[in-house]
Design a binder for this molecule. Structure first.
Ligand code: PPE
Length: 308
């Protein structure tokens, strides 16, 4: 979807104009996908913009970088300050935040170790990921014919740019076939995640989501939803799912920073439950969005207020 531009981007320690946050075409990351990134959201609250789970996202960013032997030349504290600074500079209330750490310009060849590491943090307003009415009416998804990359090829615990070319194949296939999103199976045939979302099903008021070991990203929204659901009294299990578990579910929904909690109303042309957003999904959305606005005391520590 088209980007709504903001004014500034943080680049290697300073704010630069949006148009000047560039990389050279011969940067290592352009050719070999050697970057790691995060997707974070800030929400509007009564106390100004607040970043949702900033600490957890930055921890994952540093873990992803470590896996690929990229030394981020800033501390977690410095990146935390930079996120706050760029949101303030852009005057944004609610926004999406995209830190990306990449192997830059200097040498060609697969060996990344001599390429410099560049850090960018962009922020811009980003609405509902899967379309404006998706949060209420749900999306139609397809089980992809493309398998999810296996753990010993591209480890799904890292959020690396190059790994997303796997999701790109699945996403294209689903869109060309007239669906909104794809879900990939792993080589064993178990459900992993969507091209940019984790997945949950609800059956007899019990929630199930695939375990991280199936090969899905260890989603931060997934973690928040597990906690919120348990606090609401639901049983939540992490268990391998096969495609028919989706067909036979009472409810199904995606979680993700961009997708938030998006109901799935149809899987492979089969209506899930009643074919529209179910009551458990709706309840979880209510609790989730209240927490993002700072309205839930129990989850207050999940927010970092930008102006305080
Ligand atoms: N699985 C994948 C493959 C994934 O990319 C995401 C996030 C998730 C699960 C959910 O993780 P979390 O955001 O921590 O709850 N996808 C990010 C990028 C989407 C994009 O199109 O770019 C996001 O949601 O920000």
């Amino acid at each position: 979807m088209p980007i709504t531009e903001a004014e500034k981007i943080w680049k290697d320690g300073a704010l630069v104009d949006w148009a000047d946050a560039n990389v050279h075409v011969l940067s290592h990351a352009v050719h070999y996908g050697s970057g790691v990134f995060e997707g974070i959201r800030a929400y509007a609250t009564e106390r100004g913009p607040a970043v949702w789970h900033l600490d957890e996202h930055l921890k994952r960013l540093f873990r992803s970088a470590k896996l690929y032997h990229m030394d981020i030349p800033y501390s977690v504290e410095a990146i935390t300050d930079a996120v706050r600074e760029v949101i303030r500079a852009n005057g944004l209330d609610a926004c999406y935040i995209r830190p990306v750490v990449l192997r830059g310009y200097g040498e060609m060849g697969v060996n990344p170790l001599n390429a410099p590491v560049n850090v960018f943090i962009a922020t811009w307003p980003w609405g509902a990921y899967l379309g404006e009415d998706a949060l209420e009416n749900g999306v139609r998804i397809k089980i992809s014919s493309w398998r999810r990359n296996t753990q010993n090829a591209l480890p799904s615990s890292a959020k690396a740019t190059g790994q997303y070319i796997n999701g790109v194949l699945a996403k294209i296939e689903s869109l060309k076939a007239g669906y909104d999103e794809a879900v990939m199976l792993n080589e064993q045939g178990y459900i992993t995640d969507g091209s940019g979302e984790n997945l949950f099903i609800v059956r007899d008021s019990r929630l199930t989501t695939p375990p991280i070991s199936a090969g899905c990203l260890d989603g931060i929204t997934r973690g928040s939803v597990i906690r919120i659901a348990r606090d609401l009294g639901y049983e939540v299990t992490e268990e391998n799912l096969v495609r028919t578990d989706l067909y036979n579910a009472d409810e199904c929904f995606f979680t993700g920073t961009a997708a938030e909690i998006t109901p799935v109303r149809e899987v492979d042309d089969r209506a899930v439950g009643e074919g529209h957003r179910g009551p458990v999904t709706k309840e979880l959305q209510g609790a989730f969005f209240a927490a993002t606005k700072g309205e839930t005391e129990a989850y207050a520590s999940w927010l970092t207020y930008v102006n305080e």
